[in-house]
Design a binder for this molecule. Structure first.
Ligand code: UDP
Length: 479
């Protein structure tokens, strides 16, 4: 069907997402937004990552695949993105492989130049490529603007090593935000040149809506960086049907029917949803504390635990040493453990879900906000500690669990154990009822309403998308 927005020639836009579920999912949903306005989009990725996108394909939504260099980096077949890697060595190899993709990707783009390229900031080489072709580049990093502003602030006013071991205030910020954890030095050093290069792009695409980041941070960003951010989200709303939402990302290990009918049998707001995204893997002693904490809270739960790839001859029991004896028997009526990938957006959308214990990955956060679900925050790595502050202190739609250890990655050694009492206390704070919990829930629902309005005709994200498309057409046609 011809789309009313495309009065003239549609735009041809390439999207190059980084190879991690938390980057591919939102960027491909954003690509679909452009496609839904009648423009021709192509996602450039590798074969197994292309399978994640399979359902998204429509006549103006294309996927161009480039072979993943398994042999060159020494990875077994099947590990083709960061979310598949379960140890640091493989994680490093996936990064290595993404570098090897550069030449092939460049070749494809040069041979069939688009009107615009939208690329993950982890692909800095797209900057030169876009310049050489004389086309605009839009950057994407998967963070909310609030976190980008926080990182920029720390770049401009670095905190001393001494201060970073205590609490510190984010310098020059619209709100007085006290941080209890500092990003690992090596992560900031790796990110800073990429963030600098991002500022040289035509604009930054943000999977958020203006009302959640807030005008104060949009203005702060424009003023301190001189750069333009385009809030186009929440992108997950582009998926409307249950099937489409269920097949977002990797196929779920539980049937959607089983999951939803289990939730249907529960009272509204009675179930805690627990998931730490696609990368985070806690050690056994931490999983054990989570199990004890949620059981002690007495609340119903759905808990997503990444599948453990133990030794082949290891029994299921040995692989799951962390599970307290008799846990599943005792909690048969109350709880469900999903070992592997869950249909997260559908779960969050269900009225039985009363709160979300989250690692504050930005996609998970904005999905919870879209569903009006308040959060219990347990950040682990990346920009998640900044996201936590936006949720708990700025918008006050969640409570902090009290995590203070900023890991370099989502897995590996951890110094601190979050104990069961801390987990139980935070769950009760939001799930036991009471005035504070009520107020937080109400605010979360108001933001859920604002999120839905943002993507509708006349809403902030809808308007931004139309303005960005107009701007890109103007640029193309002026050349
Ligand atoms: N996700 C999911 N099922 C799972 C785990 C994750 O659908 O069992 C999706 C989730 O909905 C989100 C993405 O994977 O869209 C994770 O992104 P996020 O930014 O929250 O965290 P990351 O994985 O990047 O740490």
């Amino acid at each position: 069907m011809a789309c009313p927005d495309v009065k003239e020639r549609p735009l041809k836009i390439y999207f190059i997402p980084f190879l991690a579920a938390g980057h591919i999912i939102p960027l491909s949903d954003i690509a679909r937004l452009f496609a839904s306005h009648g423009h021709n989009v192509t996602i450039i990725t590798t074969p197994s990552n292309a399978k994640i996108l399979h359902r998204s394909i429509s006549t103006n939504f294309h996927v161009h695949t480039i072979q993943f260099p398994f042999q060159e980096v020494g990875l077994p077949h099947g590990i083709e993105n960061l979310s598949d890697a379960t140890d640091l060595a493989n994680l490093g190899k996936v990064f290595e492989a993404t570098k090897l993709l550069q030449g092939h990707m460049e070749h494809f783009v040069e041979q069939h130049p688009p009107d615009c390229v939208v690329a993950d900031f982890l692909y800095p080489w797209v900057h030169d490529l876009a310049n050489q072709l004389g086309i605009p580049r839009l950057a994407f990093n998967g963070f909310p603007l609030f976190a980008v502003c926080a990182m920029e602030a720390l770049k401009q006013h670095p905190i001393s090593a001494a201060a970073s071991s205590h609490s510190y205030i984010i310098p020059g910020f619209p709100h007085h935000i006290t941080m209890n954890a500092a990003p690992p030095k090596q992560i900031m050093e790796a990110l800073q040149p990429l963030l600098d290069l991002e500022l040289k792009s035509f604009g930054l695409i943000v999977n958020n809506f203006e009302e959640l980041d807030g005008q104060e941070y949009i203005k702060h960003y424009e003023k301190t960086s001189g750069h333009k951010a385009w809030h186009l989200g929440p992108a997950s709303f582009v998926r409307e049907t249950t099937l489409d939402k269920a097949e977002r990302g990797i196929n779920s290990v539980v049937s959607v029917h089983e999951c939803l009918s289990w939730l249907d049998s529960k009272r509204d707001n009675s179930v805690l949803y627990i998931c730490f995204g696609s990368l985070c893997q806690f050690p056994d002693n931490q999983l054990h504390e989570i199990a004890c904490g949620i059981e002690a809270s007495g609340h119903g739960f759905i808990w997503v635990v990444p599948e453990k790839k133990g030794k082949e001859d290891e029994s299921d029991e040995a692989k799951e040493k962390w599970l307290p004896k008799g846990f599943e028997e005792r909690n048969k009526m109350k709880g469900m453990i999903i070992r592997g990938w869950a249909p997260q957006v559908l779960i969050l959308d269900h009225p039985a879900v009363g709160a979300f214990l989250t690692h504050c990955g930005w996609n998970s956060t904005v999905e919870a906000v879209s569903a009006g679900v308040p959060m219990i925050t347990w950040p682990v790595h990346g920009e998640q500690f900044f996201n936590e502050k936006l949720i708990t202190e700025v918008r006050r739609i969640g409570v902090e669990l009290g995590a203070g250890e900023w890991s370099p990655m989502g897995f590996g050694e951890r110094k601190k154990l979050i104990c069961r009492e801390q987990i139980e206390k935070a769950v009760r704070r939001l799930m036991d009822g009471g005035d504070e919990a009520q107020e937080i829930k109400q605010r979360a629902q108001e933001f859920g309403k604002k999120a839905r309005e943002a993507v509708q005709q006349g809403g902030s994200s809808h308007n931004n998308l139309t303005a960005l498309i107009d701007e890109l057409k103007r640029l193309r046609d002026s050349n």
